[in-house]
Design a protein around this ligand. Sequence first.
Ligand SMILES: [Zn+2]
Length: 266
Amino acid sequence: MFIFFGTRSSKIKTRKLQGPTECPHCQSQDSFFATTFGKYFHVFWIPILPFSKTTLVECAHCKKTYRTNELPENIQQALHKTDEQNPVKRPIWHSLGCLVVVAFFGLSIILSIVGIIFFKANRDIRENLLDADIEQLTNTPDQGTDAVSYHLKDCIIDEIDGVDTNEIEYYSKIEEEKLLVLLNIKKGLSVTETASRKQIVFAVEDCLKHYVLPEEPMVGRKEIYIGVKDKLSFVLIKTPDGEDMDGTFADKKLLFTFYGDKPVKE
Ligand SMILES: [Zn+2]
C-alpha cells in the first residue's frame, strides 16, 4: 500500500560534549559527539506535528554509538551540562502543518470580522427599509391601515395562470408622490413563460388604475413601484425607473429608489 502519512525524523543538532569524558570502549579522552534527532508526524511528507526527540552519543575515535541510557553516569551529566548551556531547539518547520492550520484559521477569522465590518458599513439602509416592509405582507389587509392592499385583494380575483389569487399577500405604502405595492405569492409562480408571469403585474396596474385609485382619491396619481416576490426572492419588479420582468429573479435594488434616490449608509 502507498503510505502517505507516518513519522519521519531529521537531525536537529550535533555538538561536542564538554569534558572530562572517557570512552568506555576505547578509553579516548573527550572524544564524544552527541547528535539529536527530532521525530515528527507527516502527511504527504509535509511535517504536521513534532513529537519525540532522541539523542545518540558517538565516540569520534572508535565510532561506537551509545543511546543516552547506555552511557555511564558521568557522561550523561556531561551531556546535560552541554545541553543546559546550549539547548537543543527543534526547527520550526517540524510543526509546519500545525502552523499553516493555525495561520489559516486565524486569517479566516480576521477576514470574516473585516468582512462583517465592511458589509455593515456599506449596507444600504434602503434595503433594511424594504425588508421591514416585506415583513408587513399579509393575506388579510386592513381597509383602515392599508386601503390600497384591501382594494387590490378585492380586485385581483380573476384567474391568473399559475397563481392562486386567494393566497396572495399584499402590502402597500405611500411616501409623498410614490406608491409601493408589494405582493407575495407564497407558493411561487408556477408558470415559466415570461408573458404569463407578467400578467400578475398587469393585473395590479389595471386594478390600481380602474378600481383602487378611484376608490381612494387620496392615493391620487402616484409613481407606482410594484414588487412581486415568491418564497425566496423578488420575481417581477416594475418601477418608474425601470423594470425586471424577464428573468427568474428580479433585482430588488430597483425598488430601493422608492425610499430615496441615493444609497443611505448607516
Ligand atoms: Zn571510543
